[in-house]
Design a protein around this ligand. Sequence first.
Ligand code: FES
Length: 158
Amino acid sequence: MKVDSVNRREFLQKSAVTVTVVSACLCGISGCAMYTGISETPAAEPDAVSFDGSILSVDLAAEPTLQQIGGAVKVRNADTPDGLIIARVAENEYAVASLLCTHRNVELEYDHSDARFRCPSLGSSVFTLDGVRESGMARRPLRSYQATLEAGSLKIRI
Ligand code: FES
């Protein structure tokens, strides 16, 4: 019986191409955030954030992302293990909600074009700025937080 010989180099090259194509397809179909759980929302500057036990303060002069209307940051540390997302929605208006999508805990992003919090995963959940679930795979609302401006700092009662 004759067995076709396979050139080792050709075999490895074809295998590498196949692996690359499969990886690109999985990422494109499902959304990378579904796997990592990490959104593109930038983390707040560590020096801008402080916590006194029940109030989380964000020094807005030290947080450049929130100096722009439409900017949003996440805060996720030992004081807020589940995290918060903070969005500047207007000149003196901020929205604060829990960071994780209530479907499978993927970090949310702020969409300033329609003032919504969106999950970047395949389930595409959408929440209002008050945390109300509007659409997508999530069934529960986000937790929303009161935020007030005091002397250049955003004060959020946790
Ligand atoms: S984690 Fe599935 S919709 Fe957000």
